[in-house]
Design a protein around this ligand. Structure first.
Ligand code: FPP
Length: 248
């Protein structure tokens, strides 16, 4: 069977793909299952899409695994989700290493249970020598939290005389964000069909191409991922310029 991966132009693969993984709950509800069954199935999709991204030559894959707002879900769902994420990452770490995938994470870790955090940090350390795809988990993350933190740190550095207020540029701001070591996402995918950004990478997606699919995250296949990459490759990114200027 031919795969859409063969249609991807290898010279124009999005370097950074960010994904809002939505629809686990609805997937489960449609099957009269508990919401947590949707999250369990969602973990399989994480594995599948990490593989797909790696095979397509993507360098960074950022997944919105747990938002700051998710802390407000029922206590049992929060605990189950945290547990599921930690156990899945630990289980997958040997395979991540085998596939040269480096794990990273961004978010407000002060709100995370200490044990979960330590276990995830161990997996990050174990994969730190990998040089292929970086799988970046946004955990306890929200963009407004991140930008507020950056503003605080910038203000502190100005007050301490380490930074001149007049010298602050947009790249200065970028360097205070949790994503400082990564390029901005080229492509933002949202599954589950909602047309919103939900407090995810607001600064970083200024020029990202946005791809929204009604497919629920547990059903999102490798071919669906390649379809999103192909759609990205069919678009003209103008970064505020005209088509004519781009042709020069
Ligand atoms: C949104 O679905 C999804 C989440 C809040 C969590 C996504 C987490 C996973 C798929 C597990 C991640 C695992 C690893 C290893 C990173 P929803 O519950 O909001 O769905 P709904 O909109 O249909 O209710």
């Amino acid at each position: 069977m031919t795969s859409l991966i063969d249609k991807i132009d290898r010279n124009r693969v999005p370097g950074h793909v960010a994904i809002i993984m939505d629809g686990n709950g609805r997937w489960a509800k449609e099957r009269s299952m508990d919401r947590s069954a949707g999250h369990v199935e969602g973990v399989n999709t994480v594995r599948r899409i990490t593989e797909a991204a790696s095979e397509a030559g993507v360098r960074y894959l950022t997944l919105y695994a747990f938002s700051t707002e998710n802390w407000n879900r029922p206590k049992e769902e929060v605990a189950a989700l945290m547990h599921l994420i930690v156990v899945a990452i630990e289980r997958e770490t040997p395979d991540l290493i085998k596939n040269n995938v480096r794990l990273d994470m961004i978010g407000d870790f002060s709100r995370m249970p200490q044990e979960a955090l330590q276990r995830l940090r161990q997996c990050i350390a174990d994969t730190s020598g990998c040089t292929g795809l970086t799988l970046n988990l946004a955990l306890s993350y929200s963009s407004r939290w991140e930008i507020t933190e950056a503003a605080r740190k910038i203000a502190a550095d100005v007050a301490a005389g380490k930074l001149n207020a007049e010298d602050i540029t947009d790249s200065t701001v970028g360097s205070y964000l949790t994503t400082a070591s990564m390029p901005d996402p080229d492509l933002l995918i949202r599954t589950g069909g909602d047309n919103r950004i939900s407090n995810f990478l607001l600064w970083q997606i200024a020029y990202s191409e946005i791809y929204i699919t009604p497919t629920y995250w547990p059903d999102f296949s490798k071919e669906d991922f390649y379809r999103a990459v192909l759609e990205y490759q069919s678009r003209e990114r103008r970064f505020g310029l005209t088509s004519e200027q781009l042709k020069k």
